[in-house]
Design a binder for this molecule. Structure first.
Ligand code: SF4
Length: 400
């Protein structure tokens, strides 16, 4: 008997990351087109990439949601209908929206399914009912909502409910903040957030010396909800979202794999094992992150959610490359993301199951010439390892 679990929704910051997320187990991915979304820094999709991405995901049973969650001016709205027609043509599965003007335009010009973005900060039953009347089929709740409150909203409305399970947090009510606008000239509500809350500030409140005045008082730890999967499942939360369209292939692959493995285990057995939980947490610590917190999933976030250290990421592994081709018994063709040398020990991350160690006994160009070091952006040949497949991530421990 298979037990019910929520959808795992992973970020697709680029076409390649979409493929990584899908292959590592995402049931759905979210991505941005060239305009109207809230991530200017991610490699937003061109029309052709969107078409290829939707086909790739649909062929593997995964859904595709497109973010249209910027707050728009009238001149931007005028260009929206044309984009909506393209999205309908491509059969995307939903659009993620926060601006009422955008919702109204979508309803006038298309039959696209509407998911309300977390940017709209829906935190209660009454607000959810109103958004439902306006056409939202799913609500991505604000990160300030606990799982218990989310269950109540679901029960009272019958709406699909999506919650963040993992990733960076925002110190404001999900992006409704202008620190970045004032300090960097970048509008957080139009895709430009510079994460100004994570910078060091100086507080002058009668403190004695410059060292005491320095503070990272607005920088949040990262969200990690894996221990709360039983609560998400019991509450019937429909979709668990992983933040991070701007993050690396390693992040997209690892987080998708860990949560997908965990949900897969539950589907089969109807429970979790604490030994597995420990090893999943261990894997989650291998990607770039600050310290982890439950955020407000359990109870409202407080001062223990603040990451009061220098802006840096604690990561134990970096991506060395992505497998482009596995030539059984001979070599792997690898798209190099960061340098490594012959003699290094790397790890190959399969789509399911444990990672395997790979010793770089040779490092060659495509034409077979030995090289002393791989260069990011190049394609190289390294020894074959059993089970490796196209799009597998190859990584290296930072201190190896
Ligand atoms: S600067 Fe920080 S608080 Fe403001 S929108 Fe960006 S992540 Fe949120």
């Amino acid at each position: 008997m298979s037990h019910w679990t929520p959808e795992l929704l992973s970020p697709a910051g680029s076409l390649e990351k979409l493929k990584v997320s899908v292959l590592y187990g995402a049931d759905a991915v979210y991505l941005g087109g060239q305009k109207f979304g809230l991530r200017q820094a991610s490699d937003n999709f061109t029309y052709e990439e969107l078409a290829e991405g939707v086909e790739f995901a649909h062929n593997r049973g995964s859904l595709v949601y497109v973010v249209l969650n910027s707050f728009l001016h009238d001149k931007d709205l005028e260009e929206l209908p044309e984009f909506l027609h393209l999205l309908e043509e491509l059969k995307v599965d939903a659009v993620i929206v926060s601006d009422l003007g955008v919702i109204s335009t979508i309803k006038k010009h298309s039959n696209l399914v509407i998911h309300l973005s977390t940017q709209a900060s829906c935190l209660n039953v009454e607000s959810a009912k109103l958004w439902q009347k306006m056409g939202a089929q799913r609500i991505v709740l604000g990160r300030e909502v606990t799982i218990k409150e989310a269950a109540k909203i679901k029960k009272a409305t019958g709406l699909e409910i999506e919650m963040f399970v993992h990733g960076s947090m925002c110190m404001a009510f999900s992006g409704n903040c202008v620190i970045s606008n004032y300090t960097q000239g970048r509008d957080s509500n139009r895709g430009g957030c510079a994460h100004s809350c994570r910078f060091e500030y100086s507080i002058d409140m009668g403190l004695q010396n410059d060292e005491q005045k320095k503070a990272y008082f607005m920088s949040s730890k990262d969200l990690e909800g894996i221990r709360l999967l039983p609560e998400f499942i019991e509450a019937g939360i429909d979709s668990l979202k992983v933040e991070g369209r701007n993050k690396s292939h390693h992040y997209a692959g690892t987080i998708s794999k860990v949560y997908s493995d965990a949900l897969g285990f539950y589907r089969e057995h109807g429970h979790f094992l604490s030994s597995d939980m420990l090893s999943w947490e261990d894997e989650l610590r291998k990607v770039s992150h600050r310290d982890y917190t439950n955020g407000s999933l359990d109870e409202y976030a407080g001062s223990d959610s603040i990451y009061n250290q220098r802006e840096h990421d604690d990561n134990e592994f970096v991506v060395s490359g992505i497998v482009l081709e596995a030539c059984v018994g001979k070599h792997l063709l690898v798209d190099v993301k960061s340098a490594f040398i012959p003699g290094d020990t790397l790890e190959v991350m399969p789509f399911a199951g444990a990672t395997s160690k790979l010793h770089v006994e040779f490092l060659k160009t495509i034409s077979g010439i030995d090289i002393p070091k791989s260069k990011p952006g190049s394609v190289v040949k390294i020894p074959y390892i059993s089970g490796a497949e196209k799009f597998n991530i190859i990584r290296k421990a930072v201190n190896a």
